[in-house]
Ligand binder design. Structure first.
Ligand SMILES: Cc1cc2nc3c(=O)[nH]c(=O)nc-3n(C[C@H](O)[C@H](O)[C@H](O)COP(=O)(O)OP(=O)(O)OC[C@H]3O[C@@H](n4cnc5c(N)ncnc54)[C@H](O)[C@@H]3O)c2cc1C
Length: 480
C-alpha cells in the first residue's frame, strides 16, 4: 500500500501534485466503520463535513430512541392509574432530556470518535473536515479548516448518507421549519406542532412530542400512516395513533406563512392550522447529488441513489458506495452490513463479497411500536400467484395470549404470512408492545430457512412471555 506523503498545499489554489491515499472515505457514519487491523497499513483520508459520527449517532437512531424512552415514561405515568397506580404527569424538563441525550451521551461519543481518528492510535488516517466533491476520476476536492486541497486515491468509498427532503412548498415559503437535525435541540417545547409526513421519522417524533404534552397535527399525503408497511399494520397504526394526534390523511399543505412565531399551514381541504413549530419529515434524499459525481464517472439512479452492483462497486472504477447514499434501504443495520462488505471488497478485489439484502427487517419506535420483515400480505399474494403456490395468513391478537391479556392490550397483533406448502415464513409483522424485539425470532426463521411447523413444536415457549404470540400465530396457520 502507498505511503502517505505530506506534499504541502497552500491557499485555495493547489499548485502541487495532489496527495495520494490508498483509500478516501467520504462520510463518517458507517464510513467510519473501518475494520481493524486489516486497514492498519492502508493510508486513509476520512472526510466529514458535519459532526463526526454521521446521522444515526448524532441526529437519527440513537438520540430519537433516547427521546422515545422519555416519551414512553411520560405516557406510562399518565396511564398508570388504570393499573391502580396513582401519580401525576407534571411536566417535561426538556433541558434535562437534551443534556442526558446530547451533552452526556451522544456528543462525547462523537467528539471521542473524531479525536481517536485524528490521534496517534490511527496514524494511517488523516481527517478532513470540508465538503468533498469530485474534480475528476478518483480525485476529490476537500480540505481541512481554511486549507482547500485536492486529493486522489486508488479507491474511494462513498458513505455520504442522506438528508431530509424539504418539499418546495416549505422551501419556497421561507417559514422557520425543523428537521431531525435540529428538532431535538429546540430551545423550548412548542404548544402545538405541525408534522409533515406519515413515515417512521414523522410518527416517532409525533409520539415523542405528543407524549411531552405538545398538541401534534400530522399531515399525511396518503390515506394511511406507515404506508410502506403491511396494510393491516398501517391501518391499525393509523387508527391507534389518530386517538392521540390530530391526523389529516389524504392531505397536503398548499401554503405556509409565519407571523410572530406562529406558522400557519393552509391544507388542501381549504382549512388552516396554526402552530408554533413546523417539523418536516417527508422522506430522505441521498447526498450523491451534492458531490459532482459526473466528474468522477459515478452514475446515479433516477431516484438519486448512487448506482452500485451487488459488491458495492459504482460505475466508476475504484469507486465504491454504501449506506443511504446508494442503498435501497435507508436503515442503519443495512448501512453497517454494506460497510462490512465494501471494506472487505476494497482490500480483497479478487475475492469479492456480495450484499445480503434478503429479509431486511425494520422497526418503528412510535406508539404503538412496529416490527416487520419480509413481504406484506399484498406482496405475498402477488408472489404466490406468480409462483403457482398459495399462502396462509394468521393475525394473532396480543391480548389473546397470557402476557398480552395481563397488559389488557386491545390494539396489538402479530400477522404471520407463510407458504402453505413449504411452511416457510414469507412475512412477519408486529404492532404493539415489544414489536421491534418480537420480530427478531421471525427474522431468524426466514434467514435460516426454517419450517415454522418445526419451529413451533421444536422448542419451549416461555410462559407467560410475549413470544407466545408467535407460537399461537404459527399454530393458527393452515398448511396443505
Ligand atoms: C430521525 C432518524 C431516525 C432514524 N432511526 C433509525 C432507526 O431507528 N433504525 C435504523 O435502522 N435507521 C434509522 N435511521 C436511518 C439511519 O440513521 C441511516 O440509515 C444511517 O445513519 C445511514 O448511514 P450512512 O453511513 O449511510 O450515512 P450517515 O450516517 O448519514 O453518514 C453520512 C455522513 O457523510 C457526511 N457527508 C455527506 N456528504 C458529504 C460530503 N460531500 N463531504 C463530506 N461529508 C459528507 C454527512 O455529514 C454524514 O455525517 C434514522 C434516521 C433518521 C433521520
Amino acid at each position: 500500500m502507498t505511503n502517505m506523503t505530506s506534499t504541502a498545499t497552500t491557499g485555495t489554489e493547489q499548485t502541487t501534485t495532489p496527495r495520494h491515499f490508498d483509500v478516501i472515505i467520504i462520510g463518517t457514519g458507517s464510513g467510519n466503520f473501518i475494520p481493524n487491523p486489516a486497514y492498519h497499513p492502508v493510508s486513509i483520508a476520512l472526510i466529514e463535513e458535519a459532526r463526526f459520527g454521521g446521522t444515526c449517532l448524532n441526529v437519527g437512531c440513537i438520540p430519537t430512541k433516547m427521546f422515545v424512552l422519555a416519551a414512553d415514561a411520560a405516557r406510562n405515568i399518565r396511564e398508570a392509574a388504570r393499573l391502580g397506580v396513582h401519580g401525576t404527569f407534571d411536566s417535561v424538563d426538556l433541558k434535562q432530556i437534551q443534556q442526558r441525550v446530547f451533552e452526556k451521551r451522544v456528543d462525547p461519543i462523537a467528539d471521542a470518535g473524531e479525536a481517536y481518528r485524528r490521534g496517534p492510535k490511527t496514524p494511517n488516517i488523516e481527517v478532513f473536515d470540508r465538503h468533498a466533491s469530485f474534480v475528476g476520476p478518483r480525485a476529490i476536492r476537500t480540505g481541512q479548516g481554511e486549507r482547500e486541497e485536492i486529493i486522489t486515491a486508488d479507491n474511494i468509498i462513498l458513505a455520504a448518507g442522506s438528508r431530509a427532503f424539504i418539499p418546495p412548498v416549505v422551501e419556497e415559503s421561507g417559514v422557520r421549519y425543523y428537521t431531525n437535525k435540529d428538532i431535538m435541540r429546540i430551545e423550548e417545547l412548542p404548544h402545538e406542532m405541525i408534522i409533515l409526513g406519515g413515515g417512521y421519522i414523522a410518527t416517532e417524533f409525533a409520539h415523542v412530542f405528543s407524549s411531552f404534552g405538545v398538541k401534534v397535527h400530522v399531515i399525511v399525503r396518503s390515506g394511511a400512516m406507515l404506508r410502506g408497511s403491511d396494510e393491516s399494520i398501517s391501518a391499525r397504526f393509523t387508527e391507534v395513533a389518530s386517538r392521540d394526534w390530530d391526523v389529516h390523511l389524504n392531505t397536503t399543505v398548499t401554503a405556509l406563512s409565519e407571523s410572530d412565531g406562529t406558522v400557519t399551514a393552509t391544507l388542501s381541504d381549504g382549512t388552516t392550522l396554526d402552530a408554533d413549530a413546523l417539523l418536516v419529515a417527508t422522506g430522505r434524499v441521498p447526498n450523491g447529488d451534492r458531490m459532482n459525481l459526473a466528474a468522477g464517472g459515478v452514475e446515479m439512479h433516477a431516484d438519486g441513489r448512487v448506482k452500485v452492483d451487488e459488491f458495492g462497486r459504482t460505475t466508476a472504477e475504484g469507486v465504491w458506495a454504501l449506506g443511504d447514499v446508494s442503498s435501497p434501504y435507508q436503515l442503519k443495520h443495512i448501512a453497517n452490513h454494506e460497510a462490512k462488505v465494501v471494506f472487505h471488497n476494497v482490500l480483497n478485489q479478487d475475492n469479492l463479497r456480495k450484499f445480503n439484502h434478503n429479509y431486511v427487517p425494520s422497526a418503528v419506535f412510535s406508539h404503538p411500536q412496529v416490527g416487520q420483515v419480509g413481504m406484506t400480505e399484498a406482496e405475498a399474494r402477488a408472489w404466490a400467484q406468480a409462483n403457482g403456490t398459495s399462502i396462509t395468513v394468521k393475525i394473532q391478537n396480543i391480548g389473546d395470549v397470557a402476557y398480552g391479556w395481563a397488559l389488557e392490550d386491545t390494539d396489538g397483533f402479530a400477522k404471520l404470512i407463510a407458504d402453505r406448502s413449504t411452511g416457510r415464513l414469507l412475512g412477519a409483522h408486529f404492532i404493539g408492545e415489544q414489536a421491534a424485539t418480537l420480530v427478531q425470532q421471525c427474522i431468524q426463521m426466514m434467514n435460516f430457512d426454517m419450517d415454522v411447523r418445526e419451529v413451533v413444536t421444536g422448542q419451549h415457549w416461555i410462559h407467560p412471555a410475549l413470544p407466545e404470540v408467535i407460537e399461537n400465530a404459527i399454530l393458527g396457520l393452515e398448511f396443505d
